[in-house]
Design a protein around this ligand. Structure first.
Ligand SMILES: CC(C)(COP(=O)(O)OP(=O)(O)OC[C@H]1O[C@@H](n2cnc3c(N)ncnc32)[C@H](O)[C@@H]1OP(=O)(O)O)[C@@H](O)C(=O)NCCC(=O)NCCS
Length: 203
């Protein structure tokens, strides 16, 4: 697939993920998340050539200056990626991101070790990471999961998880439907607590 087609897909992803998006021309101008991923598509290609690593880092640093979004050129990012709002996003060198992933502002995909190994998260296809969330270390977030705003995730989560809190815990996306909050056997109709001697409404 050509680089141009990839860039066009990113543009479509912006339109489909943000209800505030109005049209392609406006989106090209106003979405810093788009500017950041487009520059990353270029710097990631440059990163593959050791002679171009310094200019790749320099371009990525310039993009950070312009957008507030820091993506290391070494990070691997799949198709139709979108960052909404953008400011404060950090994506580390060994992060791996699947297709159709979306991040909000303030997200960190960071490391917890200083060793030069795989030390950043892997987000599988269709993951959404809420505003301010930190995913730290070489953890894997399964496909179609959602990380809640401000969560701090340091452990793996399976596909279709909702991951919230500090430290984050996960539940299956459908857990609310399969586990009613009240066991039906223990359900008591609140009407029994309403006194039959309650005053009648005024005439
Ligand atoms: C985590 C999230 C994906 C859950 O969505 P959901 O499955 O629709 O869940 P609900 O809204 O029904 O909430 C389910 C429970 O999780 C709690 N919850 C929701 N978001 C939470 C969060 N970020 N952290 C901690 N708890 C959260 C709710 O209070 C509720 O608790 P309860 O069952 O005790 O009442 C969503 O709330 C979220 O944080 N999305 C990120 C959105 C974002 O960053 N937007 C920025 C726009 S600028």
């Amino acid at each position: 697939m050509s680089l141009l087609s990839r860039l066009r897909e990113d543009l479509d992803a912006a339109a489909s993920h943000d209800p505030a998006a109005r049209g392609p021309l406006e989106n090209i101008v106003v979405y810093s998340g788009l500017h950041a991923i487009w520059m990353h598509r270029l710097t990631h290609k440059m990163w593959a050539n050791p002679a171009l690593r310094f200019p790749a880092r320099a371009l990525s640093q310039f993009t950070r200056f312009a957008t507030g979004i820091e993506i290391h050129p070494g990070a691997t990012i799949g198709r139709r990626f979108f960052i909404d709002h953008g400011m404060g996003v950090v994506i580390g060198e060994t992060a791996e991101i699947g297709d159709d992933v979306m991040l909000y502002h303030g997200v960190t995909l960071g490391g917890r070790s200083l060793a030069k190994v795989k030390r950043h998260p892997t987000l599988c296809n269709g993951v959404v990471v809420g505003a301010g969330a930190k995913v730290l270390g070489p953890v894997t977030i399964g496909a179609n999961s959602a990380v809640g705003a401000n969560a701090v995730v340091v452990k793996d989560a399976p596909a279709d998880s909702i991951i919230t809190g500090i430290p984050a815990t996960w539940r299956h996306r459908d857990a609310k439907m399969t586990q009613p909050a009240v066991d039906p056997a223990e359900y008591v109709d609140p009407a029994i607590y309403i006194s039959s001697a309650a005053p009648a409404s005024s005439p």
